[in-house]
Design a protein around this ligand. Sequence first.
Ligand code: ZN
Length: 203
Amino acid sequence: MKLICIGRNYTAHIQELANERPEEPVVFIKPDSAILPKDQDFYIPEFSNEIHYEVEVLVKIKKVGKHIDQKFAHTYYDEIGLGIDFTARDLQAKLKEKGLPWEKAKGFDGAAVIGKWLSKDRFEDTNDLNFSLLKNNEVVQKGNTSLMLWKIDELISYVSTYFMLKKGDIIFTGTPSGVGKIVANDYLSGLLEGQEMFSVKIK
Ligand code: ZN
């Protein structure tokens, strides 16, 4: 399975920037080896001095599809989750500067936290979900899926143009503002509509 991640899908001032939305979503892939095993601590890798958290709403694909029309996209997922796209920001900055791919900064072991899954039927509208990330019990990131530049169905349609979606693939839908650095002994937890979806200790 693969993790398909969307970059820059929220802007801090979406209302003002609505007309300036980038032409296409930024897409990258993490390998399945990036998934942090359940209930395991996250160890800051030695190649980075600046690991950032990015809390993101997740979508689990339930069947094979390619070139999915936006109006059928909702039939390709039943479950919504929450996770973290850990990013080695210092390494990413270097790679970006040279125009190189981000994989090492985004796809390293443990770089994908995947919390529990909830049926989308529990929610009235998946385009209006509140979520947040707490660091040491203080809110550091807050978002709502209504603020996405590209909504879930648009993302499914867009990415399926390039990558065949398979059962079990997971889409990381992008992070709102407020990303920041972690240090050893931090404790992160994620909430979706008030429900705790994951927690992770940093070592
Ligand atoms: Zn991200």
